[in-house]
Design a protein around this ligand. Structure first.
Ligand SMILES: [Zn+2]
Length: 139
């Protein structure tokens, strides 16, 4: 908890925080100390060496990879360890006219999707995907 007058390394003020929990974005200040988020909320009384006006900006932990072709990887490996291990917490998919969506709610991907994926990704393309949105890689 930040006390009035407490100094941090950096404060991002008034941004819309997208915290990754699935909750709606909310306006807040974010204080950083070292490599950690030290405080979150209304930090009007706090100071920092670096004070950033984040109004009108999105504030989110990690890196946003704005152009990926991870559409099938998200389904196949939902923990996305290969991205998280690099500090990437958000990927934008559906780029270059390609998407794994919409997935049918009641079953497997159409064979045309799988054929297209195999054409793009070769032997690493997915097997049919269950409605749990979890697939398995071909071996
Ligand atoms: Zn692309």
């Amino acid at each position: 908890m930040t006390k009035p007058g407490q100094a941090h390394d950096a404060i991002l003020r008034g941004g819309m925080v997208v915290d990754g929990s699935g909750a709606a974005a909310y306006r807040a200040d974010v204080a950083v100390a070292g490599d950690r988020i030290a405080a979150l909320g209304d930090l009007r009384g706090a100071t920092a060496e670096l004070d950033i006006d984040a109004a009108g900006k999105i504030v989110a932990p990690g890196f946003v990879d704005a152009h990926t072709h991870d559409d099938f990887a998200l389904i196949d490996q939902p923990d996305m360890a290969m991205k998280v291990s690099q500090g990437v917490t958000t990927v934008v998919v559906g780029n270059c006219g390609f998407s794994a969506m919409p997935l049918p709610a009641d079953g497997e991907l159409p064979s045309s999707y799988l054929s297209a994926a195999r054409g793009i990704f070769g032997s690493q393309a997915l097997r049919p995907i269950s409605n749990s949105c979890r697939g398995t890689r071909q071996r």
